[in-house]
Design a protein around this ligand. Structure first.
Ligand code: UDX
Length: 454
């Protein structure tokens, strides 16, 4: 195997930092750059600047082995590397379009550094970007600031990532595939070789294609998965009106069809996170700019919005049609378990609805309370936070399960019965079984029709 290229990862968010740590674990020399000095110091002390399962240990290990180092300057990272990954954020603008300002800044910095390099190197766009961005935004900036020609003096690829938060380290250690969008044959060859070295001994196929197709693959996967979730949430609402139906049983029956994958058909209180909401919005706005009406994607988004309101509606129904002054416990704030990330978390929408109806809200989450405080304060919601599950449930008239953390799954009905004023449970993640349901005063699950009364 030839010598390993040195790697620069520009961006230290979930995508960048997890890749940096995993690449370093696989024995590559990795420099990761951040504009935030505090983040750089934290990483160099062997710590992750945010919570992600297994990441702290991995950073500790790779920083102390000398394989991973964080630097403040992008230029320093690029000058000392052979392959550079652009892994900065592309948040949504008010219009739904992705904000490309960090992408542009990074491309300019790489261009300036490329100007001083005389060996062939490859720039890889890894951030989620709308089709055409690599060719029409990134390459012109690289060429302008380097004075060099893409495809001749340096290579360019686009390679999206598909990691899930909470499982980001494992997903990066062994992805199902590596998608390589290439400007030209040589660029693609370089990234394919890099991927083969990175995943040597693992079965990770490389799929090569054009730049724009690779950009679209990312949107294709995420919007398809978001569509699955909105589909099953709509089915769940229909199911709830029919005694005897359980949407989770129905999915078992649907999912045995070899053409359908049941993994992302868990009905709940809607999807959140840093990807699905943003990517659905971005593709809608991309299509609208091309004078198309993306009806399906608009509906996916609308159903997702409604699902949070629907969850609160279930609580209202069980509490006599009015939530005013009622103490409601929320278990789970992060948008999914094993992360402290609150971006677009369904809990925010649910808390907003509860607050606007005058409920007295108390919430508990094992990891996300510090982040939740920022989000909720911004949204000017009055909410109290509990330090334990018991404190959260104490004297509540209703409890909504919003995130399926393992510690909630282990709770017995007794914990609810003993602490709550009335054990009215709205299970928006369907974590409790039939025995539990019988033991609490009222149980309502998303997608669960009323008990048949014969
Ligand atoms: C997602 C994609 O899975 C990943 O490939 C991409 O790179 C980034 O976006 P992530 O946002 O980390 O990953 O989490 P994911 O597990 O996909 O869940 C997203 C949201 O959908 C969560 O709020 C989750 O609760 C919800 N969800 C997921 C459902 O409501 N039902 C499901 O069946 C699956």
């Amino acid at each position: 195997m030839s010598e390993k290229p040195k790697v620069a990862i520009l961006g230290t968010g979930y995508v960048g930092l997890v890749a940096a740590a995993v690449f370093a674990e696989r024995d590559f020399d990795v420099l990761t750059s951040s504009q935030n000095k505090e983040k750089v110091d934290t990483i160099n002390k062997g710590k992750a600047p945010f919570y992600e399962k297994d990441l702290d240990d991995l950073i500790e290990k790779t920083v102390s082995s000398g394989k991973l180092k964080a630097v403040h300057g992008r230029k320093e990272a690029v000058l000392n590397s052979d392959i550079f990954f652009i892994a900065v954020g592309t948040p949504s603008l008010m219009s739904g379009e992705a904000d490309l300002s960090l992408i542009k800044e990074t491309a300019i910095a790489i261009g300036e550094a490329l100007c001083e390099k005389d060996t062939y190197s490859v720039v890889v766009a890894r951030s989620t970007i709308i089709p055409g961005t690599t060719r029409n935004v990134i390459i012109p900036l690289l060429e302008k600031y380097s004075g060099k020609k893409a495809g001749k003096d340096f290579g360019v690829c686009m390679s999206p990532e598909f990691l899930r938060q909470g499982a980001a380290v494992d997903d990066t250690r062994k992805p199902d595939s590596v998608v390589v969008g290439e400007l030209d044959e040589r660029s693609g060859e370089f990234l394919e070789n890099f991927s083969n070295q990175l995943y040597e001994g693992l079965d990770v196929p490389v799929l090569r294609m054009g730049l724009e197709s690779a950009e679209m693959v990312k949107y294709g996967r995420n919007t398809f998965l978001a569509m699955n979730i909105s589909y099953i949430n709509e089915m769940a609402r229909i199911a709830e009106t029919i005694p005897g139906i359980d949407i989770y049983e129905v999915v078992k029956g649907i999912g045995v069809d070899w053409r359908i994958n049941p993994v992302f058909l868990n009905a709940g209180c809607g999807y959140g996170g840093s990807c699905f909401p943003k990517d659905v919005k971005a593709l809608i706005s991309f299509a609208q700019l091309r004078e198309l009406s993306p009806l399906l994607l608009e509906t996916v988004e609308e159903i997702n919005l409604q699902q949070a309101a629907h969850t609160v509606g279930l609580a209202r129904q069980e509490l006599g049609g009015n939530l005013k002054g009622k103490r409601i416990a929320i278990l789970g704030l992060s948008f999914k378990p094993e992360t402290d990330d609150m971006r677009e978390a369904p809990s925010i929408k649910i808390a907003n609805h509860l607050f606007s109806e005058g409920a007295d809200i108390i919430a508990y989450d094992p990891k996300a309370i510090p982040n939740a405080k920022n989000n909720f304060i911004k949204d000017t919601i009055q909410i109290s936070y509990a330090e334990t599950i018991g404190e959260c449930l104490k004297d509540a008239e209703c409890c909504i399960i919003v995130t399926e953390w393992d510690e909630f799954k282990k709770l017995t009905a007794d914990v609810f019965n003993m602490n709550m004023k009335r054990s009215v449970i709205i299970d928006a993640r369907r974590i409790y079984d039939a025995d539990f349901r019988k033991e609490v005063e009222i149980y309502k699950g998303i997608g669960l029709g009323k008990e048949r009364s014969e």
